[in-house]
Design a protein around this ligand. Structure first.
Ligand SMILES: Nc1ncnc2c1ncn2[C@@H]1O[C@H](COP(=O)(O)OP(=O)(O)OP(=O)(O)O)[C@@H](O)[C@H]1O
Ligand SMILES: [Mg+2]
Length: 220
């Protein structure tokens, strides 16, 4: 069973066709990198796969559940159980600390906060972020990016959807981040679907698909 199965996904904005019949199957545990030029629709695809954008044609199954026709609370439950997100613009709450941002998904989902804090502390520590009282608006862009990654991982998702998760990092920090993602992926067997530009990171992926002309293409 694929953890994500997308069939004939279509998405347009006004008269501009961005996705035009895209198919995708993602297996648990794999690292799928998505590449493609700016404006080609990578973030659009991730928000569809993450059930944030519902205005698309075609069908999507997550963990064998069809998303079409689910209510917003059923979708929220599906996201909570299976999905973690690292957004291109982070979407951290600036007045909250790193730890407060990281445990936010658990606060919303009514999860166990002590567990979230413990797991969050572990991930923040591995990413060299101090879990102190500093509000995230005062952190550097690269630090905020790592906080966003930690937040995406804290609920132990089955799929982590990450939109350029190392775009603000230097090469060494990028390697550290993907080393951590590899370790956690092996431990927890989640699928990583990441928009990636760096060729070094593309080489680490199990598969690289290029988004072009509205569909995904195998790359060699
Ligand atoms: N809500 C929206 N309303 C109108 N147009 C949109 C909307 N969201 C995305 N688009 C358009 O769809 C196209 C794809 O955008 P998207 O953000 O998915 O590209 P991308 O591949 O992620 O680009 P980048 O690499 O720069 O992040 C762009 O032309 C964008 O302007
Ligand atoms: Mg984008």
């Amino acid at each position: 069973m694929s953890i994500i199965e997308a069939r004939d996904i279509q998405r347009s904005f006004d008269d501009m066709i961005v996705l035009s019949g895209l198919n995708l199957d993602v297996q648990k545990g794999e690292f799928l990198a998505i590449s493609g030029r700016s404006g080609v629709g990578k973030s659009t695809l991730l928000s569809i796969l993450g059930t944030h954008d519902l205005n698309h044609g075609g069908s999507l199954r997550i963990a064998d559940t069809a998303t079409n026709g689910l209510s917003s609370s059923e979708l929220a439950a599906l996201r909570r159980e299976y999905l973690g997100f690292v957004f291109q613009d982070f979407y951290l709450l600036p007045s909250l600390t790193a730890m407060e941002n990281v445990i936010l998904p658990s606060v919303f989902s009514g999860g166990n906060l002590a567990n979230a804090r413990a797991h969050g502390a572990e991930i923040l520590d591995k990413l060299s972020i101090r879990a102190n009282e500093t509000q995230t608006s005062l952190l550097s862009r690269g630090e905020r990016q790592r906080v966003a990654v930690a937040r995406g991982l804290v609920n132990r998702p089955s799929v982590l959807l990450a939109d350029e998760p190392s775009a603000s990092l230097d090469e060494e920090s990028e390697q550290i981040l993907f080393d951590l993602l590899d370790d956690l992926r092996k431990q927890q067997n989640f699928a990583l679907i990441a928009v990636v530009h760096s060729t070094v990171i593309l080489h680490r992926a199990d598969r690289v698909l290029e988004l072009k002309d509205g569909i995904l293409h195998e790359t060699v």
